[in-house]
Design a protein around this ligand. Structure first.
Ligand code: 9WN
Length: 437
């Protein structure tokens, strides 16, 4: 797509619009992804939000992450949702009375308050904490921000690399399609097909009050999400048994980048950085060994229950471009795949969440085709890391255009840029601010 040339005036309007979304979605201690569809605090959303918020208020960005860490469990996990007790139970499903964290999660050390979910989301937090620190180091040092967050972030990574190394190969596994943050990706179709859906009469989909059914996961998928979450809860959130267990390249790439950020945080606070650097290197080797697929030209997910790589091309397989130190041939292949026939990112502008050529491609349905802003931001970073600045500049221009014209949509049609899902979505606004900075 031809992108309009950004002007200073257009940038200012966009910046003001993005700032307004973040101010409107701020609850006093954290940010909701959406006032309507997602009225609580979400884990990886908060990390992306903090990355944008640091340009408006580094103090508030610090608070965002500290509030999330206030919901951390004693076993180290950072739950994917920290619930706001002031929000009615029927505003979002599954609600606190479903997860029952303060009771069912007692063995794993769930806090007495706030109520939380029991599953996790991708570990973007240490990266976010470091970027927040860099936005205003003097204020960060004055408040002892890095020292406040270091232990919690280290415990979070320890949890992922111990309890969640379900495959025993040195990567963290996800145990629910909500954990990698790409809920209905076609990568989960086979692993999820083994799960019997929960009785549809046993729950009510609050998401359909605010989102169009065609833009959201299907009822059958929802039934399976509910079954997996209920079984995990009923087992006291113990990580041993798993009907669904997948090694996801995006999740692990973010863990690697966050380990490198944790090394910087450790160095700045007088802790040992080496441990984190070594761990990041080991994770990188494991990522390449276990998930790289030269024939597909990108990283694949590994289904630990079925024991096979999942042969679907998803954006999760391109995000590892953010990982430093990848072998040259892998970087070249990722760049080729991005612009090649499966994703055609140079033609579409933003990057589709699933291959345009894929058998399950659906341009409107959530993570089965639409383009998302957080993944575009990650790819932009990866392109710059590997010196593809011209390509990154074009992606950045496409991002800013789509964010502005769509009203900071949750995701967009990859061909037209038309907004889908909810509007005034927090990470779209936050990452807009970051790209404008
Ligand atoms: C379930 C909040 C979250 C994002 C996820 C996105 C969507 C939730 C849902 O919204 O998931 O966690 O109800 O569909 O898939 O990435 O964090 O914005």
């Amino acid at each position: 797509l031809d992108q309009p040339v950004p002007t200073a005036a257009a940038d200012l309007t966009l910046r003001r619009g993005a700032a307004r979304v973040l101010l409107d979605n701020w609850t006093g201690s954290s940010t909701v992804p959406s006032r309507t569809l997602y009225p609580h605090q979400w884990s990886w959303d908060s990390a992306f939000v903090a990355i944008g918020l640091r340009h408006l208020s580094p103090r508030r960005a610090q608070r965002e992450l500290e509030t999330l860490l206030g919901a951390q469990w004693a076993d180290g996990r950072i739950p994917h949702i920290a619930f706001n007790p002031a929000v009615p139970l029927d505003a979002y499903f599954p609600s606190p009375d479903f997860w029952r964290s303060s009771q069912a999660g007692a063995a794993a050390g769930a806090p007495a308050a706030p109520e939380t979910s029991g599953i996790v989301q991708p570990p973007v937090h240490a990266l976010a904490a470091w970027l927040v620190h860099e936005a205003d180091p003097a204020e960060s040092v004055r408040r002892g921000f890095l020292s406040r967050v270091y232990a919690g972030l280290a415990a979070w990574h320890d949890y992922l690399l111990s309890a969640r190394d379900l495959g025993g190969g040195g990567l963290a596994a996800v145990m629910h399609p909500w954990e990698p943050g790409m809920d209905n990706s076609p990568c989960w179709d086979v692993p999820l097909s083994r799960v019997a859906p929960a009785d549809p009469a046993s729950f009510r989909r609050a998401d359909l009050d605010h989102g169009h059914a065609d833009d959201r996961p299907t009822d059958v998928d929802y039934g399976r999400y509910v079954r997996l979450a209920a079984d995990y809860r009923d087992g006291g959130y113990a990580d041993g048994e798993h009907a669904f267990a997948v090694e996801d390249p995006c999740f692990n790439a973010l863990l690697i980048v966050s380990e490198y950020a944790l090394a910087r945080i450790a160095r700045a606070t007088g802790a040992d950085p080496l441990r984190h650097e070594q761990r990041a290197q080991r994770l990188t080797e494991a990522l390449v060994t276990r998930l790289w697929d030269a024939e597909a030209g990108l990283f694949l997910c590994r289904d630990l229950v079925g024991g096979e790589l999942v042969r679907e091309r998803s954006i999760a397989g391109l995000v590892p471009l953010i990982v430093p130190g990848l072998p040259d041939d892998i970087v070249r292949a990722l760049l080729d795949t991005l612009d090649g026939p499966h994703f055609r990112a140079s033609d579409t502008g933003l990057v589709a969440s699933y291959a345009l050529s894929g058998h399950a491609f659906d341009r409107t349905r959530y993570w089965r085709g639409p383009a998302w802003f957080n993944t575009a931001w990650l790819i932009d970073r990866g392109l710059r890391l590997y010196g593809a600045d011209g390509r990154a500049d074009r992606l950045r221009a496409a991002f800013l255009t789509a964010a502005g014209t769509s009203g900071f949509a949750e995701y967009v049609d990859p061909f037209t840029g038309e907004g889908r899902g909810t509007l005034d979505f927090a990470w779209t606004a936050a990452l807009t601010l970051d790209l404008l900075a």
